[in-house]
Design a protein around this ligand. Structure first.
Ligand SMILES: *[C@@H]1O[C@H](CO)[C@@H](O)[C@H](O)[C@H]1NC(C)=O
Ligand SMILES: *[C@@H]1O[C@H](CO)[C@@H](O)[C@H](O)[C@H]1NC(C)=O
Ligand SMILES: *[C@@H]1O[C@H](CO)[C@@H](O)[C@H](O)[C@H]1NC(C)=O
Ligand SMILES: *[C@@H]1O[C@H](CO)[C@@H](O)[C@H](O)[C@H]1NC(C)=O
Ligand SMILES: *[C@@H]1O[C@H](CO)[C@@H](O)[C@H](O)[C@H]1NC(C)=O
Ligand SMILES: *[C@@H]1O[C@H](CO)[C@@H](O)[C@H](O)[C@H]1NC(C)=O
Ligand SMILES: *[C@@H]1O[C@H](CO)[C@@H](O)[C@H](O)[C@H]1NC(C)=O
Length: 671
């Protein structure tokens, strides 16, 4: 069931993607400039710490509450670990340098004390192996260690402390220090030399930069008052190989404590960037399983997803209710394979492109063996809605047979692509003949134009009235009227708008296809619905277009639309001036006048005032006289839209099949 080509594609894709994932490592980075409750799932609060007042409160912040601020401690850690170093293959040999991640941690702190508080104990930026928290870490232990743990190498803690309380091992009560597994710092620097008071009586914010270079193993700490530029020299600089002290995967965050003396330990902002070490360096280590396992899992996932997709597709396509119904009908169009259509159109050669519509591109195709020429409509995938709806609709379209409708020869639905195969129309679209551009424009003779309109009218009458399941064309315009080798007109693409997009018509595509503009009835602008009346409106636009040789949306003599100009000529009794100049005198006055009046009547702003398809056909064939058209174009009045007049088409599969023999509708003849 699985074509090998697709499997190979999937494997290739997986192999292609995996190295990209593992090599293209971006540093892990985040930036918080205000903290709120929603960040509880990003940060882990330990001890008495909380996220409150827009800041990380590492120790209690409830100044006014009736709780003691003394002797408490806490931590807030980013809840995901970072890989900070790499086991190197030759680490035993000792030649190759250790791979250690560089990182930058920049934070804004506010260490507040009220007048009368001495300030204590301190706050620290900490790297820790897990999210645990030692009890009894208040006072001098800074939330980092406690009496029993202090100095234990298994702590795997490295911290930068900002200490506001002097202990016997400290230089003063206002210093910075580098701590390794102990609050007894390996290096301390008094900040008083830098004009910095960590917890001043007048509150100040300080920005602190902790920068670690994994190559040089140098840790630099810069500190200055908020808003001041980063100083050129660090307050503390120490070489430390983190690999010797911290866990390979470590957490980062803040710890703080109070003692007899208290202060508020707030982190207001935090930016962190940690270099991402590639996992693939683990090839020779114990992590070899990851290197092999991950692509295999990805591969399996891709295969599974693909199989599921394929199975679902098959299930839809094989639905006996739809395809079966299509196939079982007598004289049904055939199903083509995508490969055959691709071959017939020379791989959808741009040179064989016949046109482009709202729903896709049409190509000419040739089946040399059978010596058949076809038009292949390839739908753009985004436009596809429910495929069952579409096929159900096609089954209705399939049953329509009329010599002035373009015949559907077959369809293809494979790999999510949909194509329809129509009879090839050697003379292209009416649109091309009227406005074919520089090369194409050959003036259509008058009798030819008249006959084309008669053909279209008979097709419209068939769609609206003669078939059991009344079909609304929905997209009547010159580019949908095709001409066969004898210049017989054939209406194409009927019903497709609905089939493709359920309730919507191609009105929805006005932006992309301004050409549809003049063909849309005013009421359809409002409702977005197509009705028989709106089809008649479109037909009226085509009639005026064919007689005048102008696009419906052409601005002439100050009129916004062709129809308004013709209406003004009608009012002034010189309507024949509207006839296409390129015809010269080669047209029949009576017929031209009749068609222009018909065109105006069909363009009536009120749907129910427009003639019906049957009357249109009778007028064109001469069994009914030209319609009466008022001198002024009536206004469009929304309120009088009446539901009975606007008989929407509805497709119900239960109606008896509509197989009308050819010719029954052409009760007229034109020479
Ligand atoms: C919390 O902060 C995030 C940004 O980090 C923001 O998107 C969100 O709206 C904030 N929530 C509240 C309640 O302020
Ligand atoms: C505040 O706490 C003290 C003892 O810690 C207690 O005596 C006092 O009643 C408390 N006041 C209030 C309003 O809870
Ligand atoms: C840290 O900052 C320094 C200078 O500001 C920069 O050169 C370095 O690339 C940064 N490192 C990381 C890991 O972002
Ligand atoms: C220090 O912390 C550890 C871990 O939480 C705990 O088991 C131990 O009892 C603590 N020691 C003191 C003196 O509180
Ligand atoms: C830091 O100090 C501890 C004991 O205080 C000592 O064991 C360790 O070697 C020192 N580390 C450095 C990098 O100085
Ligand atoms: C500290 O920074 C915060 C946030 O930028 C600001 O709201 C506050 O006013 C600052 N405090 C001082 C004393 O500058
Ligand atoms: C670390 O230091 C080396 C040597 O000074 C430098 O080339 C490199 O860019 C630094 N790395 C980072 C991330 O700052």
């Amino acid at each position: 069931m699985v074509p090998p080509a697709n499997l190979i594609t999937a494997i290739f894709f997986a192999l292609l993607v995996f190295p990209v994932i593992s090599i293209a490592q971006k540093p892990t980075t985040f930036s918080y400039h205000i903290f709120n409750e929603t960040h509880h799932n990003v940060f882990k609060s330990l001890g008495v710490a909380s996220i409150d007042g827009g800041a990380l409160q590492i120790t209690l912040d409830t100044i006014n509450a009736n709780v003691s601020l003394s002797y408490n401690s806490g931590r807030i850690m980013y809840n995901k670990p970072f890989k900070l170093w790499e086991k190197t293959a030759s680490s035993s040999g000792g030649n190759s340098p250790d791979i250690v991640a560089s990182f930058n941690s920049t934070f804004l702190i506010n260490i507040f004390r009220e007048e009368g508080w001495a300030g204590g104990e301190g706050i620290a930026f900490v790297i820790a192996p897990d999210l645990s928290f030692p009890s009894g870490s208040d006072g001098e232990w800074l939330g980092l260690t406690n009496k029993t743990l202090d100095g234990d190498p298994s702590n795997q803690i490295v911290a930068i402390e900002l200490d506001t309380e002097i202990q016997d091992f400290d230089p003063d009560g206002n210093h910075i220090g580098l701590d390794i597994n102990s609050v007894k710092s390996n290096k301390t620097v008094s900040l008083s030399d830098f004009d910095i008071e960590i917890s001043p009586v007048n509150p100040k914010n300080y920005t602190v930069w902790v920068e670690y270079n994994g190559t040089t193993k140098v840790m630099d700490v810069y500190m200055i008052e908020q808003w001041m530029p980063k100083p050129s020299s660090p307050v503390l600089s120490e070489t430390i190989n983190l690999k010797d002290y911290v866990n390979q995967y470590s957490y980062m965050g803040f710890a703080a404590s109070t003692g007899e003396q208290v202060q508020l330990n707030c982190v207001l902002e935090w930016d962190l960037t940690v270099e991402s070490l590639p996992e693939k360096k683990d090839w020779k280590g114990v992590k070899i399983g990851v290197g092999v396992g991950v692509p295999v899992v990805i591969l399996l996932l891709i295969c599974w997803a693909w199989l599921l997709y394929y199975w679902l597709k098959r299930r839809v396509a094989d639905d006996p209710n739809i395809l079966g119904k299509l196939k079982s009908l007598p004289g049904m169009p055939r199903e083509f394979s995508y490969r055959d259509l691709k071959k017939a159109t020379n791989n959808f050669d741009e040179k064989l492109k016949l046109g482009q519509g709202g729903f896709g591109v049409v190509y000419k195709g040739v089946f040399p063996k059978e010596n058949i020429e076809v038009a292949v409509k390839k739908f753009s995938r985004e436009k596809m809605k429910g495929i069952d709806d579409f096929l159900a609709e096609l089954s209705i379209i399939n049953r329509l047979r009329h010599k002035h409708l373009v015949r559907l020869l077959g369809w293809c639905h494979q790999k999510g692509r949909l194509l329809l195969v129509y009879e090839y129309m050697p003379n292209g679209s009416l649109d091309n003949h009227l406005f074919g551009g520089a090369s194409g424009r050959s003036t259509l003779r008058w009798d030819c134009r008249y006959k084309i309109l008669a053909d279209v009218a008979s097709a419209l009458h068939y769609l609206h009235n003669e078939c059991d399941e009344k079909v609304v064309h929905r997209d009547l315009k010159a580019s949908n009227i095709m001409l066969d080798s004898n210049y017989n007109a054939r209406l194409g693409d009927f019903g497709l708008a609905r089939a493709l997009d359920n309730e919507k018509t191609s009105y929805a595509e006005l932006d992309g296809f301004p050409g549809t503009f003049g063909y849309i009835a005013p009421e359809s602008f409002h409702t977005g619905k197509a009705t028989r009346e709106s089809d008649v409106f479109g037909f009226g636009a085509v009639v005026l277009e064919v007689v005048c040789g102008q696009r419906p949306w052409t601005k002439i003599e100050g009129f916004e639309l062709l129809v308004n100009w013709v209406w003004s000529l009608h009012r002034e009794g010189r309507m024949l001036e509207a006839v296409d100049e390129s015809l010269g005198k080669d047209y029949v006055d009576g017929e031209a006048e009749k068609l222009l009046l018909l065109g105006l009547a069909c363009s009536h702003p009120m749907g129910r005032e427009r003639p019906r398809a049957k009357e249109i056909l009778q007028i064109i064939t001469g069994s009914m006289s030209a319609p009466h058209v008022p001198p002024f174009k009536p206004p469009f009045v929304w309120a009088s839209m009446d539901p009975i007049a606007s008989s929407s088409y509805s497709a119900s599969g239960s109606s008896p099949p509509c197989v009308t023999p050819e010719n029954t509708s052409t009760a007229f003849s034109l020479v």
